[in-house]
Each structure stands twice: as structure tokens, then as C-alpha cells.
Design a protein around this ligand. Structure first.
Ligand code: 8DG
Ligand code: MG
Length: 319
């Protein structure tokens, strides 16, 4: 089946609200909410299509944008490539020029609207930050708290607490020490361990190892509300296309892909390099953080390549 190339926009205002529109009842996916956009015309540059569609549908002219995610999705009746951009500035006043209902909603309200099936990873991508910090080595609770606080102060919005050298009792003790730093804030605390942890207050997400991912997939496990409460984040460590496919099949929120470049923390792992990374990102159907030998300096490069952003240890931990 031929794929139709569609450009769509997650349009943000200065308060980080998102513009959504209701698809007319008589169209494909009619009655569902969508991110405004439409079909790219033959030979038309994608960002020209973005500007044209937003003008036609909403009467606005985007002035600043960056790629968010590209999703290949097959519906029973058609296959689409959704090429989604974040629009952070525009001129004009947004209104439904084609008679469609449009609404500005806060990010936390997005989950109460019904979108087409292909939009699940787009919604995740819109909610996730673009930097993901994984904790490095430390000596004692005081240093742990200091380095984590430091990272949060520098704008690291999502942090994975990883400390494989600790016993599980010690890990738990250190985790309890970290939870208050995150509670009552929009900052996300991601942990390592069993799925049960996702049900606990104060824990925002779980980062699965690739071995856990493969085990869950082997068992035919799929994400459902009971195991992964609404709003909780499930991340999978992936190193190849098979694992990225498993991650999508299971229904994780996002994945890390590593090692993109050589890294001291895993000297034996062969780096993917940029070419293979680009190819894997293009096929991925969940948001992906590039990991391994990367840092803040590579953020733009990763976003332009189609990633959600950058995950790093060394880069933020030791400052
Ligand atoms: N714009 C948009 N389309 C989406 C989203 N999610 C999703 O599955 N789609 C699908 C539905 C449609 O099959 C296709 C978009 O085509 P469209 O009908 O809006 O295209 P268009 O604006 O050029 O409309 P038309 O003038 O050709 O009727 O992509 C989304 O969030 N935004
Ligand atoms: Mg449209």
C-alpha cells in the first residue's frame, strides 16, 4: 500500500499549551482530535507544506519549528508517514478556518482527548523532555543528592536513578532519599527494577534493561492500565532494530538507543555510528533518546536526526 506523507504540528503557546483540532466527521479518522496539518504535495518541501497547511487550516504562519518525530503507521485502509514538527512561534491568530473545532489545551489535558491510533507516540513525544540524565557513580547519599539537585537546577527534567553496584536494600534506601527532591514538581524520577515499582507514588517511570524487555516480549506481555498507571513512563534500553520493534510492540513510552558513539562506560560495546543511528531512528515508532558518548552539545544533532533528544551520564553528572 502506498504511504501518504502527512505533515502535522504540535503548536505551543508561551504557556506551553498545545493547539488541537477536531477532524471533520466525514474525513478519514473523522471526529477524532488531531494535530493540525495535512498531505505534503508532490515535490513540496516538508516545511513548506507545514507553513501552507497551518495557514490554510488555522490562519497562522509558523516562524520557528523543529522536528519532533516521524511515524510510519498502517491503518486498515491506508498507510501514513506522519512527519511531526514542534512549532514554537507563529504570527496570526489561530482559528478553525475550515469550520473545525480548535482548542488550546495544557499538556496534562491531552490524555483526555481521543486521537487516531498513530498519534500515541506523538503524544508521548510532546510530553517528554529532550534531555534525559542517567546518574553516574557517587560516594554516599550526600553526594548523590548534591549531583541530582545540581542536574535539576541545570534544567535536567527527567533523571534515571541507576546504581548497579548497590544491593537492592541500599538502592531502595537511596531512592527514598531522592523521592522528596522530585515530589510536587513536574520533574520526572525514573528508576531501575521491577514493574511493580511503577505503581508507587513518587516514582514517575521505570527504565527496563534490554534483557527485561526481551523477557517481557517473550511472555507476550503488553502494556495495560493496571500495570502502567496513566501518566507513568516506561523506557526500554535498545541497541538494535529488533529491540526497538519489541519496545513498540509492548507499548513502551520511549526508548534509549545505544551506544551511538564510543563510550568509556561500555568499552566493549561496538558503537552504532551516525549512519546506522539515522536508519534506526527513521524506522522507530516510539520516541528515542540517543545514548552513548553524547551530551548536551549533541542535542540539536540528535533532534534533527529524528530523535526525541539526548540521554547522558558523564555529561551532566560530573559538573
Ligand atoms: N493532520 C493530521 N493527520 C493525522 C493525524 N493523525 C493521523 O493519523 N492523521 C492521518 C489522518 C489522515 O489519514 C491523514 C491526514 O490527512 P488529511 O485528510 O488531514 O489531509 P489534508 O489536511 O491535506 O486534507 P484534505 O484537504 O486532503 O482532505 O493523516 C494528526 O495528528 N494530524
Ligand atoms: Mg488536514
Amino acid at each position: 500500500m502506498k504511504s501518504i506523507h502527512v505533515v502535522a504540528a504540535v503548536i505551543l503557546d508561551e504557556h506551553d499549551n498545545v493547539l488541537i483540532a477536531r477532524r471533520p466527521d466525514d474525513k478519514h479518522m473523522g471526529g477524532l482530535w488531531e494535530f493540525p496539518g495535512g498531505k505534503v504535495e508532490a515535490g513540496e518541501p516538508v516545511t513548506d507544506a507545514l507553513s501552507r497547511e497551518l495557514d490554510e487550516e488555522l490562519g497562522i504562519q509558523p516562524t520557528a519549528w523543529e522536528p519532533l518525530i516521524r511515524i510510519h503507521h498502517s491503518y486498515p485502509d491506508k498507510t501514513v508517514l506522519l512527519d511531526v514538527w514542534t512549532v514554537t512561534a507563529f504570527t496570526g491568530h489561530a482559528h478553525g478556518r475550515e469550520g473545525q473545532l480548535v482548542r488550546w489545551v495544557s499538556k496534562s489535558e491531552l490524555s483526555s482527548y481521543e486521537f487516531p491510533e498513530a498519534n500515541k507516540p506523538i503524544l508521548s513525544a510532546a510530553l517528554l523532555p529532550n534531555r534525559y540524565g542517567i546518574t553516574g557513580s557517587y560516594n554516599g547519599l550526600e553526594e548523590l543528592a548534591r549531583r541530582v539537585t545540581n542536574g535539576l537546577d541545570q534544567g535536567m527534567d527527567m533523571i534515571c536513578f541507576r546504581a548497579p553496584w548497590l544491593s537492592s536494600d541500599e538502592y531502595r534506601e537511596h531512592l527514598e532519599y531522592l523521592i522528596p527532591l522530585f515530589s510536587g514538581t513536574p520533574l520526572k524520577l525514573i528508576v531501575k527494577g521491577s514493574l511493580e515499582l511503577l505503581k508507587e507514588d513518587g516514582i514517575d517511570g521505570l527504565h527496563l534493561t534490554f534483557a527485561q524487555l526481551e523477557e517481557l516480549d517473550r511472555k507476550g506481555w503488553r502494556i495495560e492500565r493496571e500495570a502502567v498507571p496513566d501518566g507513568k513512563i516506561l523506557i526500554a534500553s535498545c541497541h538494535n532494530s529488533a529491540q526497538l520493534e519489541m519496545a513498540a510492540r509492548i507499548g513502551v513510552t520511549c526508548a534509549t538507543l545505544s551506544p551511538v558513539l564510543a563510550t568509556d562506560s561500555h568499552p566493549d560495546a561496538k558503537p552504532l555510528g551516525w549512519e546506522a543511528t539515522h536508519a534506526l531512528l527513521e524506522r522507530a515508532t516510539v520516541p528515542v533518546y540517543c545514548l552513548g558518548g553524547l551530551g548536551e552539545n549533541n542535542l540539536n544533532q540528535c533532534v534533527q536526526a529524528g530523535a526525541q533528544g539526548v540521554a547522558s551520564i558523564r555529561d551532566w553528572w560530573n559538573i
